[in-house]
Design a protein around this ligand. Sequence first.
Ligand code: NAI
Length: 464
Amino acid sequence: MTSEMFDVIVIGGGPGGYTAAAKASALGGKVALVEKEALGGTCLNQGCIPTKTLLKSTEVLEIVKKAKEFGVETGQEEVSLEKMLDRKKAIIKRLNTGVEFLMKSHKISIFKGAGRITGQGEVTISTLSGQLILRTRNIIIATGSKPAVIPGLEPDEQWIMDSDHALSLESIPSSLLIIGGGAIGVEFASIYQKLGAKVTLVEARDRILPFADEEVSGDLKKMMTREKIAILTEAKVAEINKSEEGLLVNVETPQGIKKIQVDKVLVAVGRRPDCENLGLEEIGIRMEGEKIAVNSKMETNIQHIYAIGDVIGGILLAHVASAEGSAAAVNAMGGQKQMNYSVVPSCIYTTPELATVGITEEQAKNEGIKIVVGKSQFISSGKALAMGENKGLVKIVAEACSGKILGVHILGPQATSLISEGALAIKLGATVEDIADTIHAHPSLPETLMEAAEQAVKLIYSGK
Ligand code: NAI
C-alpha cells in the first residue's frame, strides 16, 4: 500500500479517462491514472485515429488515380500496405506520447497495470512486478468497451476478424464480407474497397447507418453501391463454411439465400462495455444489463464512484466520453455538473463523409413536430466542383413556426468539419434565418449550409 492519498483515481486511459484526469488535476486534485495498455484507449490505438490514417492513405490513392482529371500526370500508382501501417503506427505512437506528456504536465501519476476496486476508496493495481494498493477519495471508471462477438463467429486471427484485427492486416484480402452496416462496417467497407478488395456488407436492418437521416444514409448507400460495394440489407449470415479456397458464406436475404465466396469476414456488430475484473459485483455497483448504471452527474449507486464513456453504454463516441469524463471530474472535485446530450455531432468517415447532429426528419415527424426541411446539393457549389468532390447534400430540419434549427445532416466533402456550424447553431438556439443571414466566405463548402438555410427560410415565408 502506498501512503499517498489521491483525490481521484481514474481507471482507464482513453479519451474519457485522460480528459477526466486532466480536468480533476486542473481543479486542484491529486490524481492517478491507471491503464493496462497504451494510453489513448480504443480511439487512439484501435479506433478513430488508426482508421482515419488508413482512410487518408486510401484518399491519397484515389487522388493519384484521378490525377489526370486535374491536369497532373503521375506514374502508375503502387500501394504498400506495409508503409501505410508504418505511418499509422508512427501517428499512434506520437499521440500516445502526447497523452503521456499531457498527463505529466498535469502532474498526474500514471500507473501501468490493471486496476480493480477492492474497497471503498481503494484500488488495487496488478502490474508485472506485483500488486499495489492505492487509496483515494473518488474513483472514475473509464474502462471503455470491446467488440461484440457473434456466437460461432469469434475472431480467429485467420478468417474471422474484429475491427482491431482489421486495422493490422498484413495483406489486402481479395474479397471481404463485413457483418454490420454501422459506423465501423461502412468505414472499413470504404477503406478496403479503395485498397482493391471486393467488399460485401451485410446489414440486418433495412438500411445502413440506421441512426442517420434516412435520405442521407440512402444516398450514401447508392454512392457506395456505385463504387461496387455490394450492400445487402435485411440480411443475416446464416452459415459459414471454411474450404481451401476461403470461406463460403450463406447470407439470408429477403430474396433468398445468397452464397458468397470470400477470403475474410469482418464482424462489426457493435461494442460491449468492458467491466472485466473491476470488482464491480463485490462492491455492489448497480448494473443495467452489461453496462454500469449512472445518473446525469455520472454517479454510480455508490458514493464517490463515477463511471463514464463506453462502459456506461449510451452514445459510444470519444467526444461524448470526454464530455462525460470532464463532468465526472467536476463532480468528484465537489462541483455540480449534469451531462446534456442534446447536441452531439456524429461523424462517419466514408467517401464522401456523413455527419449528423440533432434530430432527423423522421424523428421530428414521429414526435409530431411541424418542420420545414431546407436542402442544398454540393453539385451547385463552386468550391466542391473545383475540388472534384461534388456529390452529396446538406439538409436542415427546422421548426416550422419559429425556424429554430433542430437537426443538420450532411453527406459530402468535409461533412465531418462542416457539421460544427450545425452543432453550434443548435447549441445557441439559432434559426435558419440566422445562418442564411450570416455572410459565408465564397467560394467555400459552408455556403452549401447557408443555401440549405435560405431554402428553409423561403419555405417558412411561403407557408409550405
Ligand atoms: P453499430 O452499433 O454502429 O452498428 C452495428 C450494425 O450491425 C447495426 O446497424 C446492426 O443493425 C447490425 N447488426 C447487428 N447484428 C447483426 C447481424 N448478426 N447481421 C447483420 N447485421 C447486424 O456498431 P459498430 O459499427 O460495430 O460500431 C461500434 C460503436 O463504435 C458504435 O457505437 C459506433 O458509434 C462507434 N464508432 C463510431 C465511429 C464514428 O463515429 N466514426 C467509428 C467507429 C465506431
